[in-house]
Design a protein. Structure first.
Length: 293
């Protein structure tokens, strides 16, 4: 396949050691090397994603079609609910950042095939800094995708307000978590075809069972349990409750977020849960990476 990134330049930069330092400066030197690793891999992921303009365009087209076509159609058919597109908007934002997360995981699988991953693992670097750099690159790309979709807020009657900046920060965190989940799958799966199948089977059910398309509160039976166990449900709910405008969180008086015995977790707790799961995924991937060759 054509080379669209700076793989070999990145590998050379990672392998290039820093200048010798005094013994007392060993810790500072190591920290500087780890930060440089994070910066190089973050830059590599953002550059390789930005260069593929067709993928960027297609990644934005799908959520916008979902919002403007499906959202408008369901809004016109909904009885007594004329703000469905505003309700759907947080889910569309998450749909937009899924593509970069999947692409980062797929890039790890392809890097294993091309030999770039072996060069990176041969460098005297911690596996955690390697994965954090990769995940930050995917999170940045996902946040930029979501920011592009976020500019259409006025189309769905979501007011432009300062709280949209908080929404963007939450989206960046969820994007980091998505990327970390994709990386966990990528370090365990060696074949690109298998990776695409597994990710496709995992991502779409997570989105549909997150309350992005319908209220998560008060669902019956197994459906309600699946929504409560889905970590993405708490990301969708946190974004929806931070979003300005009454139409985003109102659905005929029903609770839109996950609840248990009439209790809905506060936004800070939901954000904390997403951050914890993202770091846990990075830790799991790092342990698996440490045994990679």
């Amino acid at each position: 396949m054509p080379r669209t990134d700076t793989s070999y330049e990145s590998a050379a930069a990672l392998a290039d050691p820093l200048p010798p330092a005094e013994p007392t400066a060993t810790n500072s030197r190591r920290l500087a090397q780890e930060l440089r690793t994070v910066r190089i891999l973050w830059r590599r992921e953002t550059i390789r994603f930005a260069r593929n303009r067709l993928r960027v365009a297609m990644g934005l087209l799908t959520p916008l079609m979902f919002l403007l076509i499906l959202g408008t159609g369901l809004q016109s058919a909904a009885d007594g609910f004329d703000q469905y597109r505003a309700f759907l908007f947080p889910g569309v934002l998450l749909m937009a950042l899924q593509a970069p997360a999947i692409a980062v995981g797929a890039s790890i699988v392809w890097d294993r095939q091309s030999g770039f991953l072996r060069q990176v693992l041969a460098a005297p670097l911690s596996r955690g800094s390697i994965l954090i750099g990769i995940c930050l690159g995917g999170a940045t790309s996902g946040a930029l995708y979501s920011a592009c979709v976020l500019t259409t807020a006025g189309v769905v009657n979501v007011p432009y307000a300062p709280s949209l900046l908080l929404v963007l920060l939450e989206l960046a965190l969820v994007s980091f978590a998505f990327t970390a989940f994709g990386v966990v799958a990528a370090v365990a799966i060696t074949r690109p075809e298998t990776f695409q199948i597994v990710i496709g089977l995992a991502m779409m059910p997570m989105l549909f069972l997150s309350g992005a398309m319908f209220p998560a509160g008060g669902l019956p039976g197994w459906l309600g349990a699946a929504v409560l166990l889905n970590p993405l449900s708490y990301g969708v709910d946190a974004i929806r409750r931070t979003m300005p405008g009454d139409g985003v969180v109102s659905y005929g008086g029903r609770v839109t977020g996950p609840e248990r015995f009439g209790w809905t977790p506060p936004v800070l707790l939901e954000i904390g849960l997403i951050a914890f799961l993202a770091l846990l995924a990075v830790g799991v991937a790092s342990r698996h990476f440490a045994r990679s060759r």
